[in-house]
Ligand binder design. Sequence first.
Ligand code: MOS
Length: 738
Amino acid sequence: MGFFDEPFDLMTAAEGRVEGIAKVTGSGKYAAEYKVDGLCHAVLVGSTIAAGKIKSFNLDNAKQVAGVLGIITHLEKPLVPGLADEDKIKEARLGLAVFHTDKIFFKGQPIALVIAETLEDATYAASLVTAEYEKEPAKLDFELALKNIPLTPAGKDRGNIEALNSAPHSVEAEYNIKAEVHNPMEMHATIAEWKADDKLKLFDKNQGVNNVQRTFAKLFNIPVDNIEVISEFVGGGFGSGLRVWPHALACIMAAKLVKRPVKLMLTRPQMFHSVGYRPAAWQKIKLGANADGKFVGIHHQAKNGTSVYENFNEGITRVTRLIYHFDNLKAEAATVPLNLSTPTWMRGPGDCTGDFAIESAIDELSYKLKMDPVALRMKNLALEKHPDNGLPWSTNYINECIEKGAQMINWKDRKAAHSQTIEGDWSIGYGMAVGAWNAGRGTASAGIQMQKDGTITVQTAMTDIGTGTGISMQNIAHDSTGISKSKIKIELGNSNLPPAPSQGGSNGLSSIGGAVVAAVSALKLKLAEYAAMQNEAYKNAAPADILLSDTGVSLKTANNQLVSYTSLWEKNNLNILEVEASSGPGAERQKYAFCSSAAHFCKVRVNRKTGKVKIERLVTVSDGGKIISEKAAANQMSGAAVGGIGMALMEEQLTDERLGTLVGNDFAGYHFPVNADAPIIEVAFINKPDPNINPQGSKGLGEVGIIGTAAAIANAIYNATGKRLRDLPITPDKVLLG
Ligand code: MOS
């Protein structure tokens, strides 16, 4: 595909999504949009304090609202067997065992659920529920709280960190990143219907239907197969759908209580404390290098916020071990409990945060060394093997990402010293940074149903959260069968389909691709088996020798012997031919290490009077192995880059310790980039298959698009202004005062 020798033009790319028409015409249904007979509505009531205990409720006023069908509190609720006692609650690892405690851990914590005939009734009645509390002091200020939390080792030390003390050049600095909220376009929602006492049907927004199924099977002590989870269309997730949250359980409990299907959709403000967020982080880096730029070592310390009821360690120092040679390395970490809901994985979790500090420090060091930041990185990349486990990389083209990115942005136009290019009120600068992510793969299953006319439907339970899994599966099925794309349908996001891992950690396509290839092999063998009844040549044919077309099956070794699907179907009295197969990682994981990577280059304009930062150009080049669907992949990278702009310049979840509350839990108070804040992202891929990771050779792209973006922007701001800004987001006040 010579196509990728040129940067990808998202605007003119031809290939749309398999679900594109359904999405843009509105016929595709998201969790809250299904029509279900007898549906009623549930609305959560949140705690008005951030810490303490519920003393009593006043439900009288709410109960009098016409249409109210029931109210759940921890005092009055349907039985959840998996939360029957303290031990079970612990074992369930739900985080917040909603309605199973009188303790309050954060403001907004669900304390009651009102179920009514209409959403309006439920909303009104919920507003009338009040509680009396025993209030305790709450901790919400991360920067204050972190001071008392000691660090502990995060993984094994390498070499001796004392070596840093004698490094001729070094940087030592602290970095702070505010909490960020996923805010996918579609709010989380569940429709729950008990089809029988032990049979549950859910329409639910999540990133893994099988995970949802397993979680509730355990909680309600019913077989996994008795729970059907449908998540056919998911309007973004970024990690917020990777675990089961209290609202979904609340909805199911409500359906149990009123013995009717119940819908619960979070409001946008509720989204800010109900489905996780990227926790606030503090980091300290000490980085040293020899006079020639060779790194001596790194000491990386990190703390992230968590809740008081659950420990979420996001692994900020994981990426420290991934990209560069550091003969001497020490990593330490800690979590800081706060009276907030539990954070969770958010795009590029951990690595995105750690990478900002490392890539900022490297940039700072490059100025001390008077070395080009590109050259400094090139000198220190660990290109042969994973620096921690010593396994050779299966493929790692991070150096090519850097070279290509530098070319695309015209890196040679960058001035080596800062503050060199001024146009009126604007200072112009260039910056870059890299990112990497362990490229994983899980075991997944896919099924294929074939019709007489040669149409195939490829199926998996995996959800497509907007990443392009569907179109990618279609491409893989087309490549491995030869059947026209117009005759390949895709079905996903339904627990009745062959099981698959959750879509997360950039593992989706890496996992499901192999399953599609395996299912295609199974289909070929099955067709050959039937064909052998008509034609001896097909007996014991190997999948590699079996060719499919739109009209029939043939053999590579016996050209003109096409056996039509029509004849196979008629002779064997077939209706639908069905196959299913699984595929997953194997021995290659003991032989090789796998990573995806990206290089980000940025040109900024910084207004010296207002502190406004304008991203003029943002270039993202990534090694995601073979690119299966150009447009979907470019879309992933482009979306991640815009997320990176948000992280760098705008996104912050603010808290007020005095009020015990989040500040700005809506899109007026929480800012992220709109079109005017982002240029057209310039995306390119190395597009070389990884021969070992999976049959299609693709490595995950979801995370690397955002790992490094914020540092590239901060580094460009330094190049433009000479201001080294180490706290995100870099809002205009910081630029002016920095
Ligand atoms: Mo993502 S944080 O892997 O959904």
